[in-house]
Design a protein around this ligand. Structure first.
Ligand SMILES: Nc1nc2c(ncn2[C@@H]2O[C@H](COP(=O)(O)OP(=O)(O)OP(=O)(O)O)[C@@H](O)[C@H]2O)c(=O)[nH]1
Ligand SMILES: [Mg+2]
Length: 442
């Protein structure tokens, strides 16, 4: 998601930064292109109509910072306004003073409610809470089964009843159960419909009255574009929402819905779903998404993930190496191994500056097979070669190929890839403009 928009915006800003002083016309030209890029990315026209004038006004106005070039100032403004459009700061779950806190998940059919209920419960448990899942979707027996199975997998209790039971009764009983089990959170999965209709809304209102939830979260499929935005407006006016969870943010939609939904509905995005697995779920950070879209990568999220996977010191070292772009093939290997531990290469690489364009060049299925080959090749090199791949000549290449059971072309390919990665990282972090940007948003 966001690749095309991100590429377009980086292109616009690169052109802008090649100029010294910027005239009003330069700014207007650039903003016209930004406007087009946003519209092409399916951003809601109301958002676009509001966004560019905001940026223009601040850009033309005398917001002069001595340390920045004019182009950098505009990028800074675009970044800030994009962050504001996405909601400004992080919007956390609100827990109630008297446990259990209740989160009721609502949404259209197939938006990801059941999966998200499990993801949210797991997230809560990771933050030290004791969640109870409730299967209040009695429209399909399979829905109950789906949640029960997920609960078993995660070892999180699920409250369910026979499909004949009424949703509001299930919910009332679930609250009693929660008290019995002394759980701190109750996460309720409700039934979805293909379309928003009266019966659905009436049912949700009934369930809401029983649960008195502190959080009513609309689960929306980010792949459905402006339909998702309309659903958010509608649900908010009919049921009253406290937050949004955008799912399928790992998809290849243009991302306009994700960019517009907060601004149009006025409801904060609290979490995003980024894959089918139960841990593919994170709190939403507007500032990080904004800088990711502007092609600055997302060092922060990356470091957070790295920290969760190994210890802080290792993560710091990795960050330093990435920042100074001084990493060699040994680091490349250990990074690939880490990436393997942390999740799909593509997903992670998107968070690194300049890396998303690299992963797009990689063939599908790089994960397992390629990683094994790369590992074998690097392990067949001497420490000196790993540190300084420049010394690898024809005869060394031959030796490494034999040692790793690969062909000399494979070695070349790897070295090219490695050099390209170094270059991209330099451009992304070590390069003049982006480095300033990184410093600017620290
Ligand atoms: N790629 C991706 N798939 C997701 C994500 N969240 C949910 N899905 C998939 O979306 C499909 C529908 O998910 P469900 O959780 O069953 O959706 P639901 O809203 O409960 O559906 P109904 O109960 O039928 O209304 C499943 O195949 C999920 O694996 C996500 O963040 N990324
Ligand atoms: Mg469901």
């Amino acid at each position: 998601m966001f690749e095309i928009l991100s590429d377009k915006l980086s292109g616009i800003f690169r052109k802008l930064s090649s100029r010294g002083r910027l005239s009003e016309k330069d700014i207007d030209d650039a903003l016209r292109q930004v406007r087009l890029a946003l519209l092409e990315a399916d951003v809601n026209f109301r958002v676009v109509k509001d966004f560019t004038p905001r940026v223009r006004e601040r850009s033309i106005g005398a917001e002069v910072l001595q340390s920045l070039t004019p182009a950098q100032q505009i990028i800074k403004i675009v970044n800030e306004e994009l962050t504001a459009t996405l909601g400004g700061g992080e919007s956390r779950l609100v827990s109630s003073a008297r446990p259990p806190s209740v989160a009721m998940l609502v949404g259209l059919q197939g938006s990801g409610k059941t999966t998200t209920a499990a993801k949210l419960a797991l997230h809560l448990r990771h933050s030290g809470q004791r969640p109870l899942l409730v299967a209040a979707d009695n429209r399909r027996p399979a829905a109950i089964e789906q949640l029960v199975t997920l609960g078993k997998q995660l070892d999180i209790p699920v409250y369910s009843e026979a499909p004949s039971a009424k949703s509001k009764d299930i919910c009332a009983h679930a609250l009693t159960k929660a008290k019995e089990l002394a759980t701190t959170w109750v996460v309720v999965d409700t039934a979805g419909r293909l379309h928003i209709d009266e019966t659905m809304m009436a049912e949700l209102a009934e369930v809401k009255q029983v649960l008195k939830p502190g959080e009513v979260l609309l689960v929306v499929d980010a792949m459905t574009g402006q339909d998702a935005v309309r659903a958010a407006e509608e649900f908010h006016s009919r049921v009253g929402l406290t937050g949004l969870i955008l799912t399928k943010m790992d998809g290849d939609a243009r991302g306009g819905a994700a960019l517009s939904i907060r601004w149009v509905s006025g409801v904060p995005i609290k979490f995003i779903g980024i894959g089918e697995k139960v841990d593919a779920f994170e709190p939403f950070h507007p500032d990080r998404l904004a800088s990711r879209i502007l092609g600055m990568g997302d060092i922060l999220t990356f470091i957070e993930k790295a920290e969760a996977t190994f210890d802080e010191q290792q993560a710091k070292q990795l960050e330093k190496k990435l920042r100074t772009a001084s990493f060699d093939l040994d680091d490349f290997l250990s990074q690939l191994r880490t990436v393997k531990k942390m999740g799909p290469v593509a997903q992670l690489a998107e968070m690194l500056p300049g890396m998303s364009s690299l992963t797009r060049q990689l063939p599908e299925g790089i994960e397992e097979e390629r990683l094994k080959k790369i590992e074998a090749i690097i392990l067949s090199m001497t420490p000196e070669e790993r540190h300084n791949p420049g010394i690898i000549d024809g005869s060394r290449r031959h030796r490494i190929a034999q040692g790793s059971g690969t062909k000399p072309q494979d070695i070349n390919q790897l070295l090219n890839q490695f050099r390209q990665m170094q270059k991209l990282i330099k451009m992304g972090i070590g390069g003049k403009l982006p480095r300033n940007i990184m410093g600017m948003f620290k």
